[in-house]
Design a protein around this ligand. Structure first.
Ligand code: IMP
Ligand code: MG
Length: 174
């Protein structure tokens, strides 16, 4: 298969600047507390690592892996848990870190599942938001980097059939 061409949608510099701004907001909001970051694998790992570098509150991390897309560009609608959290969320200030919210099904499922563990607080932080495919009121992030139009994007953790996660920018396959 020949290489696909990727057009830059959000540059490396813009992504980094935005992440620094998001961290500044979080540093203010969680001042005096500790933050338990839940990285939703695999896509969010790049975002979470970059964000965590700029946080000055005490941070712990955990990982959960779910998949809803399979290898295609259209959501299968089914959420499969592939890796569970390693610690309880009880009493913790939890921040779910996502790469992108599309229909919102993945996050709604995870938020409801995590809420059962009685965290002290539970919020959602996403690098990208594609609100077009979501029903109003279904789920919203508390902290959003970029709101984008309904295009399939890759890079900064986001993949197309597992490729392109390592691109340092957000791009669109042409
Ligand atoms: P949702 O459950 O429809 O909100 O889908 C969320 C998940 O689908 C994200 O965490 C991504 O893994 C994946 N996804 C949604 N949109 C895109 C995209 O444009 N590019 C790559 N992955 C995407
Ligand atoms: Mg994801």
């Amino acid at each position: 298969m020949s290489e696909q061409k990727i057009k830059v949608m959000i540059s490396k510099e813009e992504v980094t600047d935005k992440i620094i701004q998001m961290a500044e907001v979080l540093n203010k909001e969680y001042k005096g507390k500790s933050l338990h970051l839940i990285c939703i694998l695999k896509g969010s790992v790049f975002f979470m690592c970059e964000l965590a570098k700029y946080l000055d509150v005490p941070v712990t991390v955990d990982f959960m892996q779910v998949s809803s897309y399979g290898d295609g560009m259209v959501s299968s609608g089914m959420i499969k848990v592939k890796l569970e959290l390693s610690e309880s969320l009880e009493g913790k200030d939890v921040l779910i870190v996502e790469d992108i919210i599309d229909t919102g099904r993945t996050l709604r499922y995870l938020r409801d599942k995590f809420a059962e563990q009685n965290p002290a607080s539970l919020k959602i932080c996403t690098l990208l938001d594609k609100p077009t495919n979501r029903q109003q009121g279904f789920i919203e992030a508390d902290y959003t980097g970029f709101v984008i139009e309904d295009k399939f994007v890759v890079g900064y953790g986001l993949d197309c059939a597992q490729k392109y996660r390592n691109l340092p920018y957000i791009g669109v396959i042409e």
